[in-house]
Write a protein that binds this ligand. Structure first.
Ligand SMILES: *[C@@H]1O[C@H](CO)[C@@H](O)[C@H](O)[C@H]1NC(C)=O
Ligand SMILES: *[C@@H]1O[C@H](CO)[C@@H](O)[C@H](O)[C@H]1NC(C)=O
Ligand SMILES: *[C@@H]1O[C@H](CO)[C@@H](O)[C@H](O)[C@H]1NC(C)=O
Ligand SMILES: *[C@@H]1O[C@H](CO)[C@@H](O)[C@H](O)[C@H]1NC(C)=O
Ligand SMILES: *[C@@H]1O[C@H](CO)[C@@H](O)[C@H](O)[C@H]1NC(C)=O
Ligand SMILES: *[C@@H]1O[C@H](CO)[C@@H](O)[C@H](O)[C@H]1NC(C)=O
Ligand SMILES: *[C@@H]1O[C@H](CO)[C@@H](O)[C@H](O)[C@H]1NC(C)=O
Ligand SMILES: *[C@@H]1O[C@H](CO)[C@@H](O)[C@H](O)[C@H]1NC(C)=O
Length: 396
């Protein structure tokens, strides 16, 4: 590839990025030529073309260009690690230990799982796993014995952990997660979790594919991406905080029985577009699994924005006491007017807690909402509007 071609690649990448920003719902199909070499081939491709992945493309193009340029400059010896930050990993302190992961072998580990394995069992200290830009093709599991781990990526469009298990390929939906965390006090910052299994067609059995499962208590996620289709984010159990996250999916794309506060997150549906006038529903943002009134679980969304494609619900009652609240959230017209669904169990109409408070946008019109949906007043909404909902004042 010559100098001119390299520029062309960058130009195309920049145009692709502009195209993404110009579209409000990230649904513009983009071509990802240099990602074609990567191992997941066509499936990854179809998948990426439905998300804002042009930034990955730009990263790859820039990288390629830089190496070319060094060679053109007179064949001086260059290492792929030349640009590696000199202060990573920082020395161990009394409170934290940093492990570094780089695909190209420029520091401690080349896989995230190897770094997790090296973290201490039942460590009181925080283990920061610093993960360089790149796509890490691996399934990662953090067992209960490894608390206090933090994943620090370089941005949710630069660092991603990607796998492609489905319910069928992994003994059930719950085990299909590309990354699964069972330990307490987990933190993730500026990183994405993806499942790139083929997008389920209507009627498919066993094609659900979780990108991330969190089953530990007191976890927080800052600037993270969660990319999948059906069942993207398994917000399983424990108390969790999600801030400034990007969550993409189709059916029940945030599900589980955790108690979680989502603040300032983008919830993007990638369900198939439904022609105007058709009443078909082909997705749902949430499927919360609260089983009884004695359980203090629920999903609260504060200042979220909901967009993308399809004609979807805000929530379905996966279990009879399902509890979900949307507050100060903007919703496009992809939200069907009824808004919610009782999972075909009319008995749960009396027991679900589905509330909306001060939302806006074409999808937030409550005139035709299902009868059991609550228009929350200030008093009713207040428990869901800050970190006290997840006892965050004690641990966050
Ligand atoms: C995951 O991707 C690999 C490599 O493309 C493929 O061999 C495998 O069948 C895929 N698994 C599933 C469940 O789609
Ligand atoms: C990681 O690399 C640093 C710098 O080379 C080194 O000091 C540290 O011991 C390594 N840590 C592990 C767990 O290998
Ligand atoms: C953690 O415990 C497991 C199982 O007992 C052991 O195999 C592993 O070496 C331990 N890891 C560390 C880092 O101590
Ligand atoms: C995460 O990324 C954002 C946007 O690039 C940046 O402003 C922020 O400092 C990063 N935070 C951390 C903890 O890495
Ligand atoms: C999952 O497995 C079931 C039973 O073996 C099979 O009928 C179904 O077609 C599989 N689904 C997919 C998406 O491969
Ligand atoms: C909605 O929020 C605005 C701004 O915080 C507030 O002034 C207003 O009273 C709220 N409306 C309702 C119906 O709660
Ligand atoms: C809010 O609604 C509850 C339940 O219907 C009611 O008891 C309460 O008086 C209302 N509060 C306000 C401030 O309207
Ligand atoms: C959260 O809201 C509750 C109910 O309005 C209030 O009692 C509490 O002081 C607030 N907590 C924080 C941390 O702002």
């Amino acid at each position: 590839m010559g100098f001119r071609t390299a520029y062309l690649v960058i130009l195309i990448a920049v145009l692709a990025v502009l195209a993404v920003f110009a579209s409000t719902d990230f649904a513009v199909p983009i071509s990802f030529s240099s990602l074609r070499d990567l191992s997941f081939g066509a499936e990854l491709f179809t998948f990426l073309s439905r998300g804002p992945w042009a930034l990955f493309e730009q990263h790859v193009a820039r990288h390629h260009h830089r190496h070319r340029k060094h060679l053109d400059d007179g064949q001086r010896k260059v290492s792929i690690c030349d640009d590696f930050p000199p202060d990573i990993p920082p020395p161990e302190t009394n409170t934290a230990l940093t492990f570094c992961v780089d695909r190209n072998g420029c520091c401690n580990f080349t896989t995230v799982q190897a770094a997790v394995d090296a973290a201490g069992n039942f460590s009181q200290k925080r283990t920061v796993i610093w993960i360089n830009s790149g796509i890490y093709y691996e399934k990662v599991i953090i067992p209960k014995a490894k608390p206090n781990i933090m994943f620090q990526g370089q941005g949710y469009l630069s660092t991603a952990i990607v796998w492609n298990d489905t319910a069928n390929s992994s003994h059930g939906t719950f085990y299909s997660g590309s990354v699964q965390v069972f330990s307490n006090n987990f933190i993730a910052r500026n990183i994405s979790f993806m499942n790139v299994a083929p997008i389920p067609s209507p009627g498919d059995q066993g094609a659900q594919a979780v990108a991330f499962r969190i089953a530990g208590d007191q976890a927080s996620f800052w600037g993270c991406g969660f990319f999948g289709a059906q069942d993207t984010l398994h917000d399983d159990s424990g108390r969790h905080y999600f801030r400034d996250c990007y969550i993409q999916g189709s059916i029940d794309f945030i599900f589980g029985d955790a108690r979680s506060l989502y603040e300032n997150c983008q919830l993007i549906s990638m369900a198939t577009p439904v022609p105007p006038g058709q009443k078909l529903i082909n997705g749902a943002v949430t499927a919360h699994g609260r089983v009884s009134k004695d359980e203090n679980t629920g999903f609260a969304f504060l200042k979220a924005s909901i967009g993308g494609t399809g004609r979807i619900l805000l929530g379905r009652a996966w279990r009879p006491f399902s509890r979900v609240v949307f507050a100060y959230t903007t919703m496009t017209d992809i939200i069907a007017p009824e808004g919610w669904n009782d999972f075909n169990d009319p008995a749960s109409d009396q027991t679900v807690y589905f509330g909306e408070y001060n939302c806006s946008g074409a999808g937030a019109n409550m005139n035709l909402r299902a009868p059991y949906v609550q228009r929350l007043n200030d008093t009713q909404a207040s428990p869901f509007l800050n970190i006290s909902f997840i006892d965050g004042d004690q641990w966050l």
